[in-house]
Ligand binder design. Sequence first.
Ligand SMILES: Cc1cc2nc3c(=O)[nH]c(=O)nc-3n(C[C@H](O)[C@H](O)[C@H](O)COP(=O)(O)OP(=O)(O)OC[C@H]3O[C@@H](n4cnc5c(N)ncnc54)[C@H](O)[C@@H]3O)c2cc1C
Length: 457
Amino acid sequence: MTTINDLRSRFAGSLITPDHAEYGSARRVWNGMIDRRPALIARCSGESDVKAALGFARAERLPIAVRGGAHSIAGNSTVEGGVVIDLSGMRGVRVNRERRVAVAEAGLTWGGFDAATQESGLAVTGGLISTTGIAGLTLGGGIGWLMRKHGLTIDNLLAAELVTAEGKSVRASEDENGDLFWALRGGGGNFGVVTRFEYRLHPVQQIVGGLALYPAQRAKAILSYFRQICESAPDELTPMVAFLTAPPAPFVPEPLRLKPVVAIVLCYTGDLAEGERVVRPIKSYGPPAADLIGPMPYLALQSMLDAGAPAGMQNYWKASYLAGLSDTAIGVIIDHAARARSPLSQVHLQLIGGAVARVPADATAYAHRDAAFAMNIVGSWPDPAENELHKRWAREFAAAMAPHATGGVYVNFLGNEGEERVRAAYGEKTYARLAEVKQKFDPENAFRLNQNVEPRR
Ligand SMILES: Cc1cc2nc3c(=O)[nH]c(=O)nc-3n(C[C@H](O)[C@H](O)[C@H](O)COP(=O)(O)OP(=O)(O)OC[C@H]3O[C@@H](n4cnc5c(N)ncnc54)[C@H](O)[C@@H]3O)c2cc1C
């Protein structure tokens, strides 16, 4: 049996046990509602550490959590009494400017990844908040500002290197372990510990982006206008609409600060002059009470929304896909958004389509490519004593939206919602295919702290 002392002798990173000075901060994850005490946090420095930590956990029959950027809403990157294989120390990235390829270690966040690729004027579709990990986001699909032009993050994944449940190094790409490569693109952390991702990059530097704010009283007109924008949006334009509380920032007119607002947030990637032409009507519609839409570096847009997603809050989310945005659905959204009781809670509606929808549904494990919108009811508040109040808001909102939703859901926006919802995230066919790959690479379901696909026996 491998003891912790054996592990120490073979482990180059840090082994953080409950008596370690850093344990308190190391066990924290983004969602403050998750409060677990792992027996060991193995902060790996490379692939051999991953193998050693995994071998230890399996020999000791301890439950295993795998952690990248720790943004799992469900809290799947930590585990009570088990081993966290923590990749947050593995943040290397190499960019090949000529080939337009980046090879990135799995502990990077989008902030670190984008900063490195932007030095070469390149980017791949990444998350809206720079502190989110590339690993979890990529493995679930990856929706972001560049998706309508360049596809989901997984549509740009060229290869992944991982350590399997047996402790073997495996590379997955179109030419190697094709079944695994298919499953990794949407199937989450079910198949092993990914240590490296290889991405295709695209030239992206200045974009036209930002947000425009409107008082919540004008929500109906803004949502109808948003629908109109979506109907004719070119692939270069990825827009979203959000309900939020206006920050007390200088760009917000005094009477609107800390008040509920509706925001149109967007990114146009492509010719800048054309982008400015496309967004001109949006900038003058209303007109907005505050308008930050204009040319800016892609990196600026990639952290523009960070302040609205602080770590450590209580978070309870309810997500769905919508096929369209009817007047009735707009009415439900406005009604329930207005009932939010926390200034940190938000509602997001992201237009998908474009390049995402042109990839065949069975080409990867991300199944719901035909969904027009991803909707996310983001319940967020500081005080655990208020948990029931805000959870009820999100649940009632989701229930009222159900008749207008497709029934599918984006796996990366799921909380702990049970097997039925995991199946809904994939659909029957994709789920069955994932279960076969799971049986091949993790028949004992060692990697079960995730949106779990059970091995097909
Ligand atoms: C504030 C915020 C903003 C978000 N914005 C977006 C967005 O714009 N677009 C989007 O698509 N999603 C978004 N998400 C959802 C996000 O994609 C998921 O929460 C994702 O799981 C986060 O990845 P992570 O590495 O930070 O999380 P972690 O909690 O570290 O990991 C989540 C899960 O991924 C798996 N995993 C992580 N690392 C590995 C690895 N190396 N090998 C194998 N499995 C691994 C594990 O199953 C783990 O439980 C957002 C989430 C938050 C909280």
